[in-house]
Design a protein around this ligand. Structure first.
Ligand code: HEC
Ligand code: HEC
Ligand code: HEC
Ligand code: HEC
Ligand code: HEC
Ligand code: HEC
Length: 507
């Protein structure tokens, strides 16, 4: 056989290729690629089989290993290329492809098939990677310390089964890219430990609620009112229960089923509200702009505003949407006062323990540097209290006291995160007006239009009192039910509840 015919024999061709690859760089590349491929396979398998795979499995399988695989392939090519250059004197620098030559043809076909397979597999891989970076695991569990508060609160919330991305990203490519860009920054911040503690609120690049919340909640379909029962326990020896029953006028916003009314009157459907806030957390509102269904415009200015009209005109405006009231739909950091009330109501704390409400709240609101320190202090404080003040109770109710300590420690773990410097005060809840100013940020009677109209603080525009009891005795004033404050405060529209009820130790 003539030499050129020999070269075209497929076997000969592979031999030449092998020679090209027989260099340290390519060999290292082959090893790297094979190991990564094996890892991708293994990790994907573990991810599929394991009941609750670790979040890191996904990072390894769909992000780290593919990077190594591609690096390996690049190394193989680099080695072969250098080898060829070394032999450049003997052979031409680039291969001459002749498809009429059966050997070369089969090599080109094999190579083509490999490329197609690789592209298809990496397509599937990228989709998996995309899916993975959108998973609750990736968002909530990968950076434990950073996301622990948000993730813990989320798991206990009504939205525990709604993925992080349903609210934080929504559908569509632009928001995906936007969120991944800011996400990448966050990953670096987490790696280099430069993230803020706590992670600040509000979230500035949150997608408008129309495209997230309203994908599931259909604002036009809300109507009517809902009965809510609020149960509190006093800070006295008997932990006196106090109950308030109220019809919350949730209302709705569909002009077809009646005039938009009630609380959900604000929802963008027929009325538009924009506002300017004087602070970062949007707790101090300087200016409100309303355009109602008829197109009538009203401007309200805060009488005690720290901003001048000029500054207000230049300041960025926020269009009010669901998140201005429901800013804690899922990351709900319940104030100690409320958490202890809930535990007493659910009999997880024994109401017969004297002053347990007061002691539990006091223990929860202490200043602690770590969760561990807090958990120990809670046990020490509550035990110590009963031993010194109620030695009889300490002897007879050992089990109840033990359980109370357990429960208070649990509450702390669920609601307060010293490592991230986060508690209920750093992330106010704007729904209502009891522990935080919430609705009273605007509904304080102090936001007045040039015509003299004020945003109302009348106690019955948002709810109707249905009953009020203290220690089982009715105390709401009849015939026209109005809320009776346990301590006489005079005209309630002149006070801000959250000035005294701050969620911590009782007023
Ligand atoms: C039901 C919708 C919803 C879901 C589901 C959700 N979030 Fe949020 N998240 C919000 C809203 C609303 C805010 C507050 C926005 C604001 O005040 O501007 C927020 C705020 C945050 C913040 C900023 C700090 C804070 O507490 O305000 C982080 C971090 C965060 N979310 C992470 C997550 C993670 C991680 C998940 C999944 C485990 C998740 N979120 C799931 C709606 C959601
Ligand atoms: C993927 C769907 C989905 C998205 C997106 C979503 N929710 Fe929900 N939401 C639900 C479901 C389901 C429930 C009912 C949970 C239950 O009753 O157990 C719920 C419950 C609620 C409740 C009642 C909570 C309670 O205490 O009973 C409020 C308020 C709420 N969502 C507000 C919001 C807001 C605000 C957003 C946007 C930031 C939002 N939701 C986004 C599905 C969603
Ligand atoms: C002006 C503040 C405000 C705005 C804006 C607002 N809500 Fe509400 N929403 C409330 C209040 C207050 C309640 C009653 C909650 C309570 O007392 O627990 C409520 C109740 C709800 C509930 C529970 C209703 C039920 O009958 O169980 C859902 C779901 C809800 N809102 C979703 C939304 C969505 C989605 C948007 C945006 C389109 C929105 N809300 C806008 C204040 C608001
Ligand atoms: C950003 C400012 C702002 C916040 C925050 C706010 N509101 Fe309003 N609200 C307004 C304005 C402005 C009006 C319209 C007043 C007018 O022009 O009559 C209004 C009107 C209302 C009305 C009367 C609707 C009707 O039938 O006429 C209700 C009820 C209401 N708000 C409930 C609430 C509740 C509950 C909250 C807290 C969860 C809240 N608002 C928070 C600005 C606000
Ligand atoms: C702008 C609307 C609005 C106005 C005005 C308003 N409230 Fe409320 N109030 C609410 C909402 C919304 C809730 C329910 C919050 C929740 O579900 O946690 C609430 C809850 C309450 C509660 C129960 C709080 C708790 O946690 O036990 C009391 C008591 C109360 N309001 C009294 C008053 C009194 C007194 C006034 C008059 C000074 C008043 N409210 C004015 C919206 C309003
Ligand atoms: C000047 C301080 C102050 C202000 C302002 C104030 N309260 Fe109170 N509030 C108290 C005191 C003191 C108690 C009694 C606490 C106790 O006995 O444990 C109390 C008790 C209550 C209770 C019984 C539940 C509990 O925690 O003991 C409710 C409900 C309540 N207040 C609602 C309101 C509402 C609604 C507002 C706003 C309209 C308001 N308060 C404003 C001081 C205040």
């Amino acid at each position: 056989m003539a030499p050129e015919n020999q070269a075209s024999h497929p076997k000969e061709h592979w031999h030449k290729l092998r020679l090209l690859l027989r260099n340290p760089i390519s060999l290292a590349g082959v090893a790297l690629a094979l190991v990564s491929l094996g890892n991708i396979f293994l990790f994907s398998l573990v991810g599929l089989i394991a009941e609750r795979p670790s979040p890191y499995i996904g990072i390894l399988a769909y992000m780290a290993a593919p990077v190594f695989l591609i690096s390996g392939l690049l190394l193989i090519a680099l080695g072969a290329w250098r080898e060829r250059r070394k032999k450049a004197g003997e052979a031409p620098l680039y291969p001459r492809i002749d498809l009429n030559d059966p050997g070369q043809r089969s090599a080109v076909i094999s190579f083509g098939a490999f490329v197609v397979m690789f592209v298809m597999l990496s397509g599937a891989g990228s989709y998996k990677a995309y899916e993975f970076t959108d998973s609750v695991q990736f968002c909530g569990q990968t950076c434990h310390t950073v996301m622990k508060p948000e993730f813990t609160a989320y798991q206990l919330s009504p939205h525990a089964r709604v993925g992080c991305v349903e609210c934080h990203v929504g559908s569509g490519a632009t928001w995906y890219v936007k969120s991944k860009l800011s996400g990448t920054r966050q990953v670096f911040a987490a790696m280099f430990n430069t993230f803020p503690r706590p992670i600040p609120t509000p979230v500035h690049n949150l997608r408008p609620a129309q495209e997230t919340c309203e994908e599931c909640h259909w604002p036009k379909k809300f109507y009517g009112a809902q009965l809510k029962v609020f149960t509190h326990y006093g800070s006295d020896e008997k932990n006196t229960p106090r109950q308030i029953r109220m019809l919350i006028k949730t209302g709705g916003g569909d002009p077809a089923t009646g005039a938009p009314s009630g609380i959900h009157w604000h929802m963008n459907i027929s009325n538009e509200i924009d506002y300017v806030a004087a602070d970062e957390k949007r707790q101090v509102i300087s200016y409100i702009h309303v355009k109602d269904m008829q197109g009538q415009v009203t401007d309200y200015y805060a009488q005690d505003s720290t901003l001048t009209k000029d500054q207000i005109a230049k300041a960025p405006r926020h269009r009010m949407d669901c998140v201005d009231c429901h800013n804690r739909p899922t990351h709900i950091y319940i104030p100690p006062d409320q958490a202890v009330d809930q535990a007493l109501l659910a009999h997880r704390l024994d109401v017969s323990l004297p002053y347990i409400k007061q002691q539990a709240v006091a223990a929860l609101t202490g200043k602690y540097d770590t969760t561990e320190a807090a958990v120990q202090a809670i046990a020490h404080d509550i035990d110590g209290y009963y031993e010194s003040k109620y030695p009889e109770v300490a002897k007879n109710k050992q089990l109840e006291i033990r359980n109370a300590i357990d429960e208070v420690q649990q509450i702390f773990r669920r609601t307060t995160f010293p490592e991230m410097r986060l508690n209920w005060q750093t992330h106010p809840n704007n729904l209502g007006h009891f522990y935080f100013n919430g609705c009273f940020r605007c509904h304080d009677g102090q936001h007045v239009s040039p015509e003299g109209k004020a945003v109302s603080k009348e106690c019955n525009i948002c709810h109707t009192l249905m009953g009020q009891e203290e220690g089982g005795v009715s105390m709401a004033a009849v015939p026209k039910l109005s809320f009776q404050h346990p301590v006489d405060l005079g005209d309630l529209t002149q006070v801000n509840c959250s000035d005294c009820h701050n969620g911590g130790v009782g007023p």
